[in-house]
Design a protein around this ligand. Structure first.
Ligand SMILES: [Fe+2]
Length: 200
């Protein structure tokens, strides 16, 4: 059993439903907890993908989309300073700050193999599917002289099959995550290229 298993599947308190950190507080948390600019960029990219997915694919209202976005923005907030306790620290911090339990559950379940929490809601399932794929696609953009411009799904597929490329990205997790959703690998890659290329 992983030492990072959270050992529970209830997070936050129902009375905090609808409560988000205001954007300034969320950004301040990132600035303080995540000195690594590249990791902050990763979280902003996942946030942009999550918000766009909620609005475009789930017909979410603005509040719901803001929840998806905030879960994406904060999901790795404790990774840099507390690698051995990721994501327990950010989960407890957001519980202390009385954030919406769905946001906290989403963060707690973004790596079920690692944290031992099963994704339940569409928001949970999509952060799990988007997270690793977003990282691989960004790594691919960094090795292309033209960055995201003209990037095609087949190029990403090729890198995905090459296990030596972005070796830290767990391909099995991507397959497992997608099997829990109604989307395809092809559709999700296309979506991520489109939405995170603008986040720099
Ligand atoms: Fe991540």
């Amino acid at each position: 059993m992983s030492t990072r298993f959270l050992g529970r599947d209830q997070f936050g308190h129902p009375s905090n439903a609808g409560k988000l950190l205001d954007p300034a507080a969320a950004n301040q948390l990132l600035e303080e907890w995540v000195p690594n600019e590249r990791l902050r960029l990763h979280m902003r990219q996942v946030a942009a993908n999550m918000k766009a997915w909620a609005l475009e694919k789930e017909n979410a209202d603005e509040i719901t989309a803001a929840k998806w976005e905030q879960a994406g923005l904060l999901h790795d907030a404790d990774w840099e300073k507390y690698p051995d306790d990721h994501c327990r620290i950010i989960v407890e911090e957001l519980e202390r700050r009385e954030v919406d339990p769905e946001i906290i559950h989403c963060i707690a379940s973004h790596g079920p193999r690692v944290f031992g929490v099963e994704p339940v809601t569409p928001m949970d399932k999509m952060i799990y599917a988007i997270d690793e794929l977003s990282g691989l696609i960004h790594a691919y953009s960094l090795m292309r002289p033209e960055g995201y411009a003209g990037m095609e799904v087949k190029g990403v597929m090729k890198r995905l099959k090459d296990k030596t490329f972005a070796a830290g990205v767990n391909r099995d997790d991507i397959t497992d995550a997608l099997s829990r959703t109604n989307t395809t690998l092809d559709e999700l890659i296309r979506f991520i290229i489109q939405h995170q290329s603008a986040v720099v």
